[in-house]
Design a protein around this ligand. Sequence first.
Ligand code: SAM
Length: 212
Amino acid sequence: MTDVWSDRAASYVESDAHRAGADLDLLVTWAAGRETALDVATGGGHVARRLREAGLRVVTCDPAPGMGPDVICRAEDLPFADSSFDVVTCRTAAHHFAAPEAAVAEMARVARTRVLLVDTLYMGEAAEQAEKLRDPSHVRNYSLEEWRAFLSAAGLELEEEVVLPHEIDFPAWLERTGCTGREAARVRELWGDRVAGERLTLDKVALKAGKR
Ligand SMILES: C[S@@+](CC[C@H](N)C(=O)[O-])C[C@H]1O[C@@H](n2cnc3c(N)ncnc32)[C@H](O)[C@@H]1O
């Protein structure tokens, strides 16, 4: 893949949309009591930071060297032995993966007890167009049904599923990928009522899954 992510690294480290959120708090709650974690597609490292603050030993991975992960790799091909980590996390990234089903299967393989996932939910085709126009590296957001199928195919049992509204700064979201001018105007139009003033409200899902 082209390494657009390394060029964007600083903006994802600083991003308010990524630094905090109820989804991040849920991941920390769900990982409580475990000792080791792998954070897949770590980006700005926000999940890893929070899990370390909670006392876990965390390894991070991401294919973009500029994100500074511990291990450079794709989620679809994790270079770890089976059951290497108590918990595997992956937040707000699967919509960029070429093969999300393979990635979930890999996460299940290297997890000992639990896989914790967060991603933006499918919100319709206009939303998909908006996402791709704003960021050509966007592949697809998935519906709850698709997520449940990915988990089941990987041999994971869904234990909790929480849908969360995620409100973010719309101009900052456009700026992170350099989306300006007519394209930005079209993106705003495609989101319809989800953009109000300078705020964009996305639907996110957080999934807690256990190994069978
Ligand atoms: C939005 S950022 C991740 C945000 C981060 N997890 C957080 O919670 O703030 C998306 C990340 O996915 C990574 N990525 C893209 N394609 C990937 C793939 N196939 N496997 C693993 N990571 C990938 C990018 O390099 C980027 O760092």
